[in-house]
Design a protein around this ligand. Structure first.
Ligand code: MIG
Length: 815
C-alpha cells in the first residue's frame, strides 16, 4: 500500500505550469464611497481617486474593500479626493474634469485619458496580476514617445529603449548603462509624445520594473509584490508634470546656504590634525569651501554616534577651530549598529526593541563596517524618534549636517541587503522587507532630518543620503554613489542628475572628480567646472586613490579650480534663487533642455549640456585633450559668457574650450544675479548684488525681468515671512533703457548698502545714465554711486544706493 508520499511534488519531475496572469475582467458595477470611485470587475476592482483636475490615483484591489493607505512618499495633506461628474453609457464609464476625461471601457477595463480636444494622452491596456502577487500593466507607446524621470539611473536622458528595476542597491561597480538598479528608486516615468506629456507614479516600495524596451508598441510597469497603485499626472507640458508630481511627493526644503557651497570629502580624512590642516589650506589658498566630511574613520571602530578617541580625541575643539575658519563638519552615519553589548546605542536598541526583527522575534544581524550589526526599524515612529534624538550627540557639538550612507540598506552578503522576510513594524501595519525595501533609506533620512531639526533651535539641517524613495527630496540631498574617475562617468552624471531633477530630486550631484579609481588633472578640472553648476557640489574620493583636493595637481590646475569654485560663490544669489524656486514650485535647479524647449526635436535626448534655471546654458567638456566642442543653442539669442559673442540659436556651434574655459551662454535679454566672492557661503560681507543683464536693447519690444529671493540663509525664519523679494525690470524705450527695481517683500533686510546693474554686452552704445555721474572702476569699488565702464564684461556698471522704496534709472543710448 502506498501513502500519499507516492505523489510528493518533487517525485513528479519538473512540472511545466503556465503562469496565469489574471485581469479584472469586465466592469460589473461602480459606486461612490467617500469621494472614492470604486469600479468592480468580474475578478478584481479598481479604485479611482481624483486629486485635482489633472491628477488621479488608480489602484487595483481584490475583495470587497480597497485599502487606501499610501506609502510615506505621498503627502496626504495634498491629496483631498475631489468629485467630478461621471457619465455611464452602455459601453463606457466617463469621468470628466476641466482638463481631462478618463474613459473606462466596460467590456475590457481598458483605460484611456483624453484631453478636452479628444486626443489620447494615456492608454492603459491591461492591468493584471499573477498568483505570486506580482502585478503589471501595459501602456500605449507612440513612434514619437520619449521617456524621462525614474530618478537615479544610468544611460542617457531619454529612457526609450531601456528597462530599469527599482530596488535600492549598493553598486560599488560598475555603473554601466546596463545596470538596472542603483541606490535610489523613484518609480516615476514621464512620457512625452508629440505635444502631450504625462507622468505615471507607481507608489510601491518593493521591487518594480519599467520596461520601455521589450514590447514595441507598449511599455510596461510592473511590481513583484505589494499593490498596483498608480498616480496619473497630467501635463500637457513636462513642467506641469514635475510641478504636480512634487505636490504629490513634496519638494525640497530650502537648504541652508552653506549646504550649497563647495564641499570637500575623502574616504577618509583620518584624524583631527588632517581635518584642521585641510581647512587651513583652503583658507591659505583662498579656495572657497564650506564643508569637510568625516567618513567612517572618525568613529570608534565604526560605532555610530562616537568619535575615535585616538584620532579624534577632541571633536569639540576641532569643530570650534573649524568654526573660526568658517568650515563645518558633516559626519557619516550608517544604519548598521555594532553588535556589542557594551555599546550604549546597541544596548538601548535591543532593550527597547528598535532593531529590525523577524516575525518570530529574532533580531536580524548583518555584516557591515562595524562587523556584525543590527539595523534600526525606521518604519516605526518610536524608533525613528529614538534615532533622531541620538543626533543630539552631534548637534551638541555644533554639527548641523549628517551624511547617510549604506542605507539601501547595504549588507555584506549575497543579496547585498537585508533578508526579505525581515519585518518592518510600521506603526502596527507590519510588512516584510521585500515589500518595504526601497523605503528604508528614506525613513532613515527622515528620522535624521527631524532629529536634527528638533535639536537645532530653528536652524535648517542638512542631510545627504545615498538611498531613497520618491519623496526623499523633502528630507535630504542625494549624491549618486560610487562612481569612478572615468570621463564616461562624468558624462553620465549629466543625464542622471537631470532625470533626478525631473523626478523631484532638485538637490543632487555626483562625487566630483570621481570616487573610485584615480582621477587626473584634466578630469578634475573638467568635472569641477561642470560640478560647480550642479545643485550639490562635493569633491569626494575613495581610499587608495590619487588625492583630488583642488591643489593636488599643481598650480595651473589649482588656479582654474579656484576660479570655478569662486564662480559658484559669486553666483550664489542666483543659485539660491533657483533653490527657492525648487522649494516653491518643484522645478529643478539644473534642467535638461527638453524641459524648457519641449517642441525642439534636437533636444529630446540632449544630455551633454544643460540649463541652469531657464536661461543659462552650460556645456561641459567631458573628453580628455579636447579644446573644442559642439554646443546646441536652442531658439533665441545666446551670449557667450566669456567673450560676449552673440549667437543666433536653433543651431549647433563649435565652442572653443581651452582647459580654463567651460563653454557657457546666457540667453540674450535675461538676468542673472551675482554677489561678492566669499570663502564660505555665510561669510559676513556686504551683500552687494549685481544684476547682470545680458544683451540689452533699446527700443520698444525689449523687456526683461528678474526676481531675487533673499533670507538669512540659515534659519527657518523665512517660513514665518522673514525674507525679501527684490524685483527688477528692464524696458526698452525710444533711445533708452529703463531699469526699475522694487522690493515686493522686505521682511528680511540683507546687510547691504549698494546695488549694481551690469549691462553685459548690450546691443547699443551707452551715452550715460540720467542723474548719475560717470566714475572710475576704482571709485565704484570703493563704494561711490555712479556709473562706470567695465571693459571686460559689459559696457557699463551702474551703482546705486539700495533704498527700501526702490527706484528707476534711465540708461541713455548714443544715436
Ligand atoms: O564604499 O564610507 O558611497 O561615498 O566614502 C564603502 C565609505 C562605503 C560608500 C559611499 C562612499 C563612502 C564609503 N561608503
Amino acid at each position: 500500500m502506498e501513502s500519499s508520499e507516492a505523489i510528493r511534488p518533487e517525485k513528479m519531475g519538473p512540472l511545466v505550469m503556465k503562469e496565469t496572469w489574471n485581469t479584472p475582467g469586465s466592469v460589473v458595477s461602480w459606486e461612490l464611497a467617500e469621494n472614492v470611485y470604486i469600479v468592480r470587475g468580474e475578478c478584481a476592482g479598481m479604485v479611482f481617486i481624483f486629486l485635482s483636475d489633472d491628477m488621479f490615483r488608480m489602484k487595483l484591489f481584490h475583495g470587497q474593500v480597497p485599502d487606501l493607505t499610501t506609502s510615506a512618499a505621498v503627502m496626504n495633506e495634498n491629496c483631498v479626493p475631489h468629485l467630478f461628474p461621471v457619465e455611464e453609457t452602455d459601453g463606457q464609464l466617463i469621468f470628466t474634469t476641466s482638463d481631462i476625461r478618463l474613459i473606462i471601457e466596460k467590456s475590457s477595463f481598458l483605460l484611456r485619458v483624453e484631453n478636452t480636444a479628444g486626443k489620447t494622452i494615456m492608454q492603459q491596456n491591461l492591468a493584471s496580476w499573477n498568483p505570486r502577487g506580482a502585478s503589471h500593466a501595459e501602456y500605449d507607446m507612440q513612434p514619437k514617445s520619449h521617456f524621462y524621470g525614474l530618478g537615479e539611473k544610468s544611460s542617457f536622458l531619454d529612457k526609450r529603449g531601456e528597462r530599469y528595476t527599482n530596488w535600492n542597491t549598493d553598486v560599488f561597480a560598475p555603473h554601466l548603462p546596463e545596470i538596472e538598479a542603483l541606490y535610489e528608486s523613484i518609480p516615476l516615468i514621464i512620457h512625452m509624445h508629440g505635444d502631450l506629456t504625462y507622468g505615471l507614479f507607481l507608489d510601491n516600495t518593493g521591487r518594480s520594473d519599467f520596461d520601455m524596451r521589450s514590447h514595441g508598441i507598449a511599455f510596461t510597469i510592473g511590481c513583484s509584490t505589494g499593490s498596483y497603485d498608480i498616480y496619473f499626472i497630467n501635463g500637457p507640458e513636462m513642467k506641469d508634470v514635475v510641478k504636480r508630481y512634487t505636490t504629490l511627493t513634496g519638494r525640497i526644503a530650502l537648504p541652508p546656504k552653506w549646504a550649497i557651497g563647495y564641499h570637500q570629502s575623502r574616504y577618509s580624512y583620518m584624524n583631527q590634525q588632517e581635518v584642521l590642516q585641510l581647512a587651513r589650506t583652503f583658507r591659505e589658498k583662498n579656495i572657497p569651501c564650506d564643508v569637510i566630511y568625516l567618513d567612517i574613520h572618525y568613529m570608534d571602530e565604526y560605532r555610530v554616534f562616537t568619535f575615535d578617541p585616538v584620532n579624534f580625541p577632541d571633536p569639540q575643539r576641532m569643530i570650534s577651530e573649524l568654526g573660526e575658519l568658517g568650515v563645518r563638519i558633516v559626519p557619516i552615519v550608517d544604519p548598521g549598529v555594532k553588535k556589542d553589548p557594551k555599546f550604549e546605542v546597541y544596548k538601548e536598541g535591543v532593550l527597547e526593541k528598535h532593531f529590525c526583527r523577524r516575525l518570530e522575534g529574532d533580531i536580524f544581524f548583518g555584516e557591515v563596517w562595524p562587523g556584525i550589526s543590527a539595523f534600526p526599524d525606521f518604519s516605526d515612529s518610536r524608533t525613528a524618534e529614538w534615532w533622531g534624538d541620538l543626533h543630539k550627540f552631534y548637534t551638541d557639538l555644533g554639527i548641523q549636517g549628517i551624511w547617510n550612507d549604506m542605507n539601501e540598506p547595504a549588507v555584506f552578503n549575497e543579496s547585498k541587503t537585508m533578508d526579505l522576510d525581515v519585518m518592518h513594524f510600521n506603526n502596527g501595519r507590519a510588512v516584510t522587507h521585500e515589500e518595504y525595501h526601497n523605503l528604508y533609506g528614506m525613513m532613515m533620512s527622515k528620522a535624521t532630518y527631524e532629529g536634527l531639526a528638533g535639536h537645532m533651535g530653528g536652524e535648517r539641517p542638512f542631510v545627504l543620503t545615498r538611498a531613497g524613495y520618491a519623496g526623499i527630496q523633502r528630507y535630504a540631498a542625494v549624491w549618486t554613489g560610487d562612481n569612478r574617475s572615468f570621463w564616461e562617468h562624468m558624462a553620465m552624471a549629466m543625464p542622471m542628475v537631470l532625470n533626478m531633477g525631473l523626478s523631484g530630486l532638485a538637490f543632487a550631484g555626483p562625487d566630483i572628480g570621481g570616487f573610485a579609481h584615480h582621477t587626473s588633472a584634466q578630469l578634475l578640472v573638467r568635472w569641477t567646472q561642470m560640478g560647480v553648476f550642479f545643485p550639490y557640489c562635493r569633491n569626494h574620493s575613495s581610499i587608495g586613490t590619487l588625492r583630488q583636493e583642488p591643489w593636488s595637481f599643481g598650480e595651473e590646475v589649482e588656479g582654474i579650480l579656484r576660479e570655478f569654485i569662486g564662480l559658484r560663490y559669486r553666483w550664489m544669489p542666483h543659485l539660491y534663487n533657483l533653490f527657492h524656486e525648487a522649494e516653491i514650485c518643484g522645478l529643478p535647479v539644473i534642467r535638461p533642455l527638453v524641459l524648457e524647449y519641449p517642441r525642439d526635436p534636437h533636444v529630446t535626448n540632449l544630455c551633454d549640456q544643460f540649463l541652469l534655471g531657464d536661461n543659462v546654458l552650460i556645456a561641459p567638456v567631458y573628453r580628455p585633450d579636447t579644446d573644442h566642442r559642439s554646443v546646441y543653442l536652442p531658439e533665441g539669442h545666446w551670449i557667450d559668457y566669456w567673450d560676449g559673442e552673440i549667437h543666433a540659436g536653433g543651431c549647433h556651434i563649435l565652442a572653443a574650450a581651452p582647459l580654463h574655459i567651460m563653454p557657457m551662454y546666457v540667453q540674450a535679454g535675461t538676468f542673472t544675479a551675482e554677489g561678492p566672492l566669499k570663502q564660505y557661503a555665510l561669510e559676513d560681507k556686504a551683500e552687494t548684488v549685481i544684476f547682470h543683464l545680458f544683451g540689452a536693447e533699446v527700443g520698444s519690444g525689449f523687456s526683461a525681468g528678474y526676481s531675487l529671493y533673499e533670507d538669512d540663509g540659515h534659519s527657518f525664519g523665512y517660513r514665518r515671512g522673514q525674507y525679501s523679494e527684490l524685483k527688477v525690470q528692464a524696458e526698452g524705450t525710444e533711445g533708452a533703457l529703463v531699469l526699475k527695481w522694487a522690493y515686493t517683500v522686505q521682511d528680511y533686510r540683507p546687510r547691504r548698502e549698494l546695488l549694481q546693474f551690469a549691462l553685459c554686452y548690450p546691443n547699443f552704445s551707452i551715452a550715460g545714465v540720467e542723474g548719475l555721474a560717470e566714475i572710475s572702476l576704482e571709485q565704484l569699488k570703493a563704494g561711490r554711486t555712479g556709473w562706470a565702464y567695465n571693459g571686460k564684461k559689459g559696457a557699463i556698471i551702474v551703482q546705486i544706493n539700495d533704498a527700501a522704496e526702490g527706484g528707476e534709472l534711465l540708461i541713455l543710448a548714443h544715436e
